[in-house]
Design a protein around this ligand. Structure first.
Ligand code: IMP
Ligand code: MG
Length: 334
């Protein structure tokens, strides 16, 4: 089985949580992270937040190998630190993975337009992508310190597909360079097709595309956010969040069905995950069975499913990986 997990809004919908749940539940042989260190994926275990910026959020299954995609970009220090913490003896980086160097970070931090107008995270990702396009970026294979980890990740995916592979997207559909709210976007295509391309996997190889929405919409940095609430109201609703990488306050708006429909059109998901349902239906907190959800939460989810025409299979009810209602079997996706 090959799963691809992507975000249907502006990032921060809880891909890390969904991927960590899927890893624990399905025990895949391999997980592949795409994207770059501007994206932090948080996995909360026993109240402790683990933020991953290079490796996939799959350490909840100890036997899963952890790999970085050829189309991804890493910072060598962040990669090695995460290998040390979460991936000793089981981590790989593709020969062709791009490497972000200090000069890329400085170039971005000094770029007024990127930092002030776009609200870039300033992690040097865009600057490194520019160098890659100009064919002067150094790749993982050019760094001696990465030699022990070098692998042909597309071949690994191919070899291990029957034993379970999860490919983890980053950011969110509307931050896509091509399909998002340009110019208020990131420097890559982050829809399902872009994520597959980064991993070196053709579209037909994906068995399941999981599109992740949060029960409300958040966005950091500049750009439009339909239905945006004033900060006091965001606070009052208990939706205040801070960025995992930058610590910036996230803007927030109620769930937006039109954005969700557009995200379905752009990603062709086979199933949908909705996280943080407990943030709008408090009595849903910590529930693990559909029947235990309050009736209004079930109605709300059923309505989204019927409007989107895609089964809602994973429902997040709390921060830890096991705070998930898994309806994949009932809905014929397992
Ligand atoms: P950059 O990709 O760091 O240059 O940032 C460009 C835009 O994407 C800014 O609005 C950032 O806030 C946003 N962005 C980048 N990475 C993430 C992420 O992981 N989560 C949410 N927003 C992000
Ligand atoms: Mg994040």
């Amino acid at each position: 089985m090959l799963y691809v997990v992507v975000d249907g809004f502006f990032g921060d919908t809880g891909k890390g949580k969904v991927v960590s749940y899927l890893a624990a539940a399905d025990r895949p042989a391999l997980c592949v992270r795409t994207g770059a260190p501007n994206a932090g994926h948080t996995v909360m275990i026993n109240g402790v937040a683990h933020v991953l910026r290079a490796l996939p959020a799959c350490f909840t299954h100890h036997e899963a190998r952890l790999a970085v995609a050829p189309g991804a970009l890493i910072r060598v220090d962040i990669f090695l630190d995460e290998v040390n913490k979460y991936g000793r003896g089981k981590s790989h980086v593709d020969y062709n993975t791009g490497v972000i160097e200090d000069r890329h970070v400085s170039a971005e931090l000094e770029d007024e337009y990127l930092m002030r107008v776009i609200g870039s995270t300033g992690q040097g990702v865009g600057a490194a992508v520019v160098d890659r396009v100009l064919r002067r970026l150094r790749l993982a294979r050019d760094f001696d310190v990465l030699k022990p980890y070098l692998a042909d990740v597309p071949s690994l995916v191919h070899e291990l597909k029957d034993r379970g592979v999860i490919i983890e997207g980053t950011q969110g559909t509307f931050l896509s360079l091509y399909h998002g709210t340009y110019p208020y976007v990131t420097s890559r295509d982050v829809t399902a097709s872009g994520v597959l391309s980064e991993a070196g996997v053709g579209p037909k190889a994906a068995d399941e595309i999981v599109l992740v929405f949060k029960a409300y919409v958040t966005r950091v940095g500049g750009g439009p956010l339909p239905g945006e609430l004033p900060p006091e109201e965001v606070e009052r609703r208990g939706w205040a969040e801070r960025g995992a990488v930058t610590g910036r306050q996230r803007r927030a708006a109620p769930f937006n069905i039109d954005l969700a429909k557009r995200a379905v059109l752009l990603n062709t998901p086979t199933q949908i995950a909705i996280t943080k349902v407990d943030a709008i239906f408090r009595e849903a907190a910590g529930k693990a069975r559909w029947g235990d959800l309050p009736p209004e939460a079930r109605r709300w989810i059923d309505e989204i499913e019927s409007q989107l025409g895609v089964p809602v299979t994973l429902i997040g009810t709390g921060p830890e990986p096991w705070h998930v209602i898994d309806l994949r079997r009932e809905k014929g996706r397992l």
